[in-house]
Design a protein around this ligand. Structure first.
Ligand SMILES: [Zn+2]
Length: 197
């Protein structure tokens, strides 16, 4: 999804075509501009067998429910980004070190890679939606899970798979590649120590 029209080095226009090359090379100065996927982090936060979701207040997918999350910023770990986005969107504070790796979801049509993390809290914390970017934030039980009103990137993941970690207290891994998705169930528990590096 190349959208750049002008070279950032010399200002020359790129030739416009229907093709979507992996990178653009300026015909005037030779500078190469990459348009690599953006990395986003999604936080699947559970408490008391419920999952915290936000209702998006902006396009794309305005009005749809989604996991809290957003762009990983320069120099930021995905765990820190997840904690920051969660706090900004819902007012809920989670220690970044509580997050476990949960999913790697390539969304190639929109040139994004979503890294999904999971955290299980002891108790529900009442969320506060950060309007107008976030229309609402609330906890859903498995029976309430709004699959039909979830944003597009999450529509392939069933309530069963979404709630499995809090039901079984084990890690499952969600993997989405080009045109295929799988959920890998493990018997690995949710508690693991970190080792300093
Ligand atoms: Zn140039």
């Amino acid at each position: 999804m190349i959208t750049h029209r002008y070279c950032s080095q010399c200002g020359s226009g790129y030739p416009q075509s229907e093709e979507q090359p992996a990178h653009l090379r300026c015909v005037s100065c030779g500078a190469i501009r990459y348009d690599n996927p953006d990395v986003l982090t999604l936080a699947a936060v559970y408490a008391e067998d419920k999952l915290l979701l936000i209702q998006r207040g902006a396009d794309p997918y305005k009005g749809k429910w989604a996991l809290p999350g957003g762009y990983v910023e320069r120099g930021e770990s995905v765990e820190a980004a997840a904690a920051r986005e969660l706090r900004e969107e819902t007012g809920v504070n989670v220690d970044p070190y509580l997050f476990l790796a949960h999913g790697v979801i390539s969304v190639t049509p929109i040139n994004q890679v979503h890294v999904c993390l999971i955290a299980i809290l002891d108790k529900i914390v009442e969320p506060i939606a950060n309007e107008p970017e976030i229309l609402a934030a609330r906890w859903f039980s498995k029976d309430e899970y709004p699959l039909d009103n979830m944003w597009e990137p999450a529509r392939n993941i069933s309530a069963e798979a979404m709630f499995r970690p809090c039901v079984t207290r084990t890690i499952s891994v969600i993997q989405q590649t080009d045109n295929a998705i799988r959920v890998i169930h493990t018997d690995v528990g949710l508690s693991h120590p970190w080792r300093n590096i």
